[in-house]
Design a protein around this ligand. Structure first.
Ligand code: TXA
Ligand code: MG
Length: 311
């Protein structure tokens, strides 16, 4: 059930979470499906609700840097990044602390941990309401599009999630940037709103982007974030039967990510519009070219994954 973000809802959410249940909640990136990260029963519930393969580790959401430091070992660079970009859409992959109390299933048995402090009032209130961190993948069935509204969550998981907290449409609209900080060379595992340029200018160094052969984030498999219909990228027009997802000045398209070619607006609209166009009345979705710059890199990354051959 969808409930507004009022005090009674947080009381209910706290009670459910303490009973090892899952609660869907908004973050600034996408909606998450949260549960107590220190409880194996709670974490098993997350995987079951999403039908997620158990080898794919979860992001651990914490309320602040101090809480994060009790779970992950911060390098000097990681500390700088956390101080600059938290709370916000950046996930840091660190070596876990020796006595880290996070359930091993949440980390898929790995010695590393992905940590993030979300910057959404609902997520922050929820993290203050309980005394444990929340493991939270995106609140969609495994392999389908990430949800950016409470309604998306309801459609994808409504029958198995006891509570969805409504916080409106997510502001960023794309999942967080994931940065591997476990070695001296930092590597971006997933592009997001904190761009490669943002990180490089803060640290004054060059980043690695992973090659397909060295995938360290299991969720970064090529076919992910997929709508049901096939996607055709860099399209200059729609073929008969196709919906057309435009960008920039384009009066003929079915929906437009941003008529003014504003890349932030396009990111916010991407999953919302893919959800809207992913209907059997169309044979496919043609997508206009999006510039490969800044946040456009993250948008193109999601589009390429969504378009990848799923056979
Ligand atoms: O914006 C976000 O990050 C959202 C919101 C809810 O916070 N969460 C999200 O979670 O996108 P999820 O589970 O859909 O994606 C998490 C990604 C997966 O690709 C997973 O493989 C990767 O993070 N990951 C988690 N732990 C990792 C680790 N220790 N090392 C490398 N990758 C990891
Ligand atoms: Mg996901």
């Amino acid at each position: 059930m969808i409930r507004p973000a009022v005090p009674e809802t947080f009381t209910l959410a706290g009670a459910l979470l303490r009973q090892h249940k899952v609660v869907a909640f908004p973050t600034e990136t996408v909606y998450g499906l949260g549960a107590d990260a220190t409880s194996s029963e709670a974490v098993a519930n997350i995987y079951a609700c999403k039908s997620r393969p158990q080898f794919n580790p979860l992001i651990i959401h914490v309320r602040d840097l101090a809480q994060a430091e009790s779970f992950g070992s911060f390098t000097a660079d990681a500390l700088k990044l956390a101080q600059a970009f938290w709370p916000g859409p950046l996930t840091l992959v660190l070596n876990k602390q020796p006595n880290c109390p996070i359930d091993p299933l949440a980390l898929a048995g790995m010695d590393t941990i992905a940590l993030r402090v979300p910057n959404h009032p609902v997520a922050r209130t929820l993290l203050e309401a309980v005394d444990f961190p929340l493991a939270a993948p995106s609140a969609n069935r495994s392999g389908s599009l990430s949800p950016t509204t409470a309604d998306h969550v309801q459609k994808s998981l409504g029958d198995v999630v006891p509570l969805i907290i409504d916080g409106g449409t997510c502001d960023v609209g794309l999942e967080s940037t994931i940065l591997d900080c476990t070695s001296d060379t930092l590597t971006i595992l997933r592009q997001g709103a904190i761009t490669q340029g943002d990180i490089e200018s803060l640290l004054g160094c060059d980043l690695q982007t992973p090659t397909d052969s060295a995938i360290k984030a299991p969720g970064q498999l090529k076919s992910h974030y997929a709508p049901t219909l096939p996607l055709r990228l860099n399209a200059s027009h729609a073929l008969p039967g196709e919906a057309w997802l435009g960008f920039g000045d384009n009066p003929e398209c079915t929906l437009n990510l941003s008529p003014t070619a504003d890349i932030k607006e396009a990111a916010r609209n991407l999953f919302v519009m893919l959800h809207l166009l992913d209907k059997p009345i169309y044979t496919g979705i043609a997508v206009s070219p999006i510039p490969h710059q800044g946040l456009g890199m993250a948008i193109n990354d999601r589009l390429e994954r969504a378009a990848a051959d799923r056979s």
